[in-house]
Write a protein that binds this ligand. Structure first.
Ligand SMILES: NC(=O)C1=CN([C@@H]2O[C@H](COP(=O)(O)OP(=O)(O)OC[C@H]3O[C@@H](n4cnc5c(N)ncnc54)[C@H](OP(=O)(O)O)[C@@H]3O)[C@@H](O)[C@H]2O)C=CC1
Ligand SMILES: CC(C)=CCC[C@@H](C)[C@H]1CC[C@@]2(C)C3=C(CC[C@]12C)[C@@]1(C)CC[C@H](O)C(C)(C)[C@@H]1CC3
Length: 658
């Protein structure tokens, strides 16, 4: 039977479901009208042909072409990085972590557009389902590719699937996404600089807030038929999934992107919710100030960190992001504008964090600032047994005064580097390491070296330390551009990194999102430090993903969704698991089963799951993990039931993506 799939998603889903994937056999001509032609590369016997499931997908404007008897149509837009990652992770699952890629090859990938915010990746695909799994795949001898920046068509001899994959990965790094990211960054920093210089933001703030209030009034006037959410598109957010619920809800546009005021006397900064961490450190650091906690990815927003949560290597001292916030300004369900703080309205103040925008719209936040220093003196302590990892990590995390920063990276179940740091205004000669420079190795690979070299220390410029995980997105960029840490690449093209998450997301299709969701784990599990050893062993058994991020944080017993079980504050640790799970040969990773198992474990040890990650909990299970007492009270009191969805309805798996 020959099947023609016109939906690219099905093409990719098929990749997942089949046992073997044979090379896409295609040659294409990219003509001006962007028709794509497809022809079969090698002939096979009639019997085998009958078994074929033939997929051809054509990107661009829904055109239909018929050529060589094959019918194919419409849109195969697919973030190229996603495709690579997919291929990589898929082959890992099929053949073990370092599995051979022979049976999973993509032969033709086309990037035909280089417009600023768009990359169109076209691929023609043909896959073969061998009913009898034993049957061998036949390698394809040549393939062709055409990438926007490389004009013309290059014919490259097919050497090995791995090289084939690498070649495609190279094309991804030179696609226009990188330059678009850079232009976008330059625009943002320029705009921010002008706004700060002109001091125009505070004057405009009231006017912009009124605009939010007017939209809430308009929602009320419209009969309040569906609840509200912000209009921020899903591709702009720092999560793997895209919120599906936004399509059904009343979207309120919140265009609040500026730093409003720095008060040196009170040691606070007042910011609008879409201010990012990168924007804040760029503004505050030159003035000699910094936030006590700077969540490490440049594009995280204050709104997202207040409504979700934020954690970083100073959290053992300062707690979570909400614990450095002094007050919130919110537009409520009735359209009124309120400001709440511990003193003025403690119930609302404590209920807001983790509420994910379901109590009101945040229009400004006042956050504490502390004096900054020029450098971080960072010590690296390699440890070589799990017991020592736990011991050293706990010991260092409890030294709140000596250690301004504490963080651990586990490279295996019994090997880790624990880092401790302090702020410093001076630097010893020969000890400076400007890790943020474009040609420097990715931070986690630099850290790993200390396992062999033994303990050491160095000085890192403060802002470069804060954003140390931005360039490799922890280690996630390794899956997207595996050669990104290669020394030649770094010197030549490293300045184009990191890829902008929003641009990666906007160029990604549902299909690739699905592939990520099914072959990847991204979870931050917040567990009491007393359960750290048990947790590491549990995650090791479940997924064996390394490196693992260990970040200690102090959890005070404040009211609200997240607090320790006992009366006292407690030391917790964020165990960050990001990567492709290791699956025994021949087995398929089951994201739902594994994630649910991990979630059950976390709940059992009185831990929490960060809300940006996929949650497979039922509503009852979710309500058991998070204390809803104050939240429910505030939802009733502020008449939120019709105005905003319940937090569970925003964070559960069904509400996201697809
Ligand atoms: N180191 C760290 O701590 C890291 C944290 N994260 C997580 O990433 C998320 C932040 O990502 P980011 O892209 O900045 O935020 P998002 O846009 O993803 O926002 C997260 C939630 O906050 C709500 N929200 C955001 N702004 C407002 C507002 N002004 N008023 C009301 N609700 C609002 C959103 O509501 P709506 O759905 O209506 O848009 C959404 O539900 C957080 O959840 C954080 O925990 C991720 C990486 C690192
Ligand atoms: C609490 C802490 C420190 C969390 C760190 C979380 C990061 C590792 C996450 C946040 C956003 C994130 C989910 C993301 C991705 C990887 C992991 C990230 C960076 C990527 C880049 C993976 C590739 C995907 O195709 C896509 C581009 C959609 C996402 C975007 C968000």
């Amino acid at each position: 039977m020959v099947m023609f799939h016109t939906d690219p998603e099905l093409v990719c889903q098929h990749f997942l479901s089949v046992g073997d994937v044979q090379c896409l056999t295609a040659e294409r001509e990219f003509e001006r009208d962007q028709n794509i032609s497809l022809r079969r590369h090698h002939q096979r016997g009639q019997e085998q042909r009958n078994d074929d499931q033939l997929f051809a997908a054509k990107n661009h404007k829904g055109g239909i072409s018929k050529k060589l008897g094959l019918k194919y149509m419409s849109s195969a837009k697919c973030g190229i990085h996603g495709l690579f990652t997919y291929v990589k992770s898929h082959s890992n699952n099929l053949h073990g972590r370092r599995g051979n890629l022979k049976r999973c090859q993509i032969a033709s990938i086309y990037i035909c557009s280089s417009s600023l915010f768009q990359n169109s990746v076209r691929f023609l695909a043909r896959s073969e389902y061998h009913r009898q799994q034993k049957e061998q795949c036949i390698p394809i001898p040549t393939s062709r590719f055409n990438v926007g920046l490389f004009k013309g068509t290059a014919q490259v001899p097919f050497q090995s699937p791995k090289q084939e994959l690498l070649r495609h990965q190279l094309t991804s790094s030179v696609n226009s996404q990188r330059s678009a990211s850079l232009l976008y960054e330059i625009y943002n920093y320029g705009r921010n600089w002008i706004v700060v210089k002109l001091n125009s933001a505070p004057k405009l703030h009231d006017w912009k807030v009124k605009h939010v209030q007017k939209q809430v009034q308009a929602w009320r006037a419209s009969g309040m038929t569906v609840p509200m959410c912000t209009a921020r598109p899903g591709w702009q957010t720092m999560s793997l999934s895209k919120p599906k619920y936004k399509k059904k809800l009343f979207n309120v546009d919140i265009n609040l992107i500026d730093i409003l005021e720095i008060d040196a006397e009170k040691q606070t900064v007042r910011v609008e919710p879409l201010v990012t961490m990168g924007q804040l450190t760029a503004t505050l650091d030159p003035l000699g100030w910094t936030l006590p906690i700077v969540p490490e990815l440049d594009d995280l927003t204050v709104g997202g960190l207040v409504m979700g949560t934020g954690v970083e290597s100073t959290s053992h001292k300062y707690g979570l992001f909400q614990h450095i916030c002094v007050s919130y300004e919110l537009v409520l369900a009735d359209g009124s504008l309120v400001t709440c703080s511990k003193e003025s309205d403690p119930d609302l103040f404590y209920a807001v964090p983790w509420s994910y925008g379901t109590l009101g719209f945040l229009t400004a936040a006042v956050i504490r600032i502390i004096p900054a220093q020029k450098y971080v003196k960072l010590h690296y302590h390699p440890v070589h047994s799990l017991d020592d990892v736990v011991k050293v990590f706990k010991q260092e995390s409890l030294k709140k005064h000596e250690n301004h920063f504490v963080e651990g990276l586990m490279f295996d179940v019994d090997r880790a580097v624990i880092m401790t740091g302090s702020l410093s205004s001076t630097c010893e000669p020969g000890k400076l390491n400007a890790i943020g420079k474009w040609y420097k190795p990715w931070f986690f690979t630099h850290v790993k070296k200390f396992l062999e070299e033994g303990p050491g220390y160095e000085y890192i410029p403060l802002r470069e330390y804060y954003h140390r995980h931005t360039r490799p997105l922890f280690w996630e960029v390794e899956n997207i551009i595996p050669f990104g840490n290669n020394v030649a690449f770094r010197y030549l093209l490293g300045w184009m990194m990191p890829p902008k998450v929003s641009l990666l997301k906007i160029t990604e299709t549902k299909a690739i999102t699905n592939l990520y969701e099914n072959n990847h784990i991204i979870q931050d599990l917040l567990v009491p430090v007393k359960s750290l050893k048990e947790s590491i062993l549990k995650f090791h058994d479940a997924v064996q993903v390394y490196p693992v991020w260990l970040c200690p944080f102090n959890l005070p017993n404040d009211p609200g969704m997240v607090h320790p079980v006992g009366e006292e504050e407690e030391l917790y640790v964020d165990v960050g698991v990001y990567g492709v799970p290791k699956v025994p040969q021949g087995k398929q990773y089951n994201a739902v089963r594994v994630t649910r198992d991990i979630e059950d474990f976390v709940a059992k040890v009185n831990g929490f799951q960060m809300l940006y990650a996929d949650s497979y909990r039922t509503m009852e299970e979710f309500r058991q993990m998070f204390d809803h007492m104050l939240y429910d009270k505030m939802r009733d009191q502020l008449d939120c039931k019709k105005a905003f969805p319940d937090v569970y309805d925003k964070v559960n798996k069904r509400a996201r993506s697809h």
